[in-house]
Design a protein around this ligand. Structure first.
Ligand SMILES: [Zn+2]
Length: 100
């Protein structure tokens, strides 16, 4: 018995459509586990690169595998947006449609 059923996990696809000019491309997927927090992973080899903050770079970085659009987001900015999407139970967030 444990309290970590699937209802504790919300999945958000981080995508790009270059403002609806190319088909939806997945950059990465975020699973939000209520106990363990955000877990990211790249679901397929063709998906885009992303990096969490590190000592070398303090920002989150996402890059679209389709159009090369690139985002560098401050942790507080990205975490606020991601948490908003998770709370709203969105399955997808299109970074190219957000006012970054
Ligand atoms: Zn794109």
């Amino acid at each position: 018995m444990n309290g970590t059923g699937s209802s504790f996990i919300r999945r958000l696809h981080i995508t790009c459509t270059d403002r609806s000019t190319h088909p939806r491309a997945v950059i990465t997927v975020l699973d939000w586990n209520r106990e363990r927090g955000p877990l990211y992973y790249i679901p397929t080899r063709r998906d885009g690169p992303w990096d969490p903050p590190s000592q070398d770079s303090p920002n989150y970085q996402f890059e679209c595998p389709r159009c090369g659009r690139h985002w560098q987001l401050k942790p507080e900015t990205w975490e606020r947006v991601a948490k908003g999407c998770i709370t709203a139970r969105l399955a997808d967030v299109d970074l190219s449609q957000l006012p970054f």
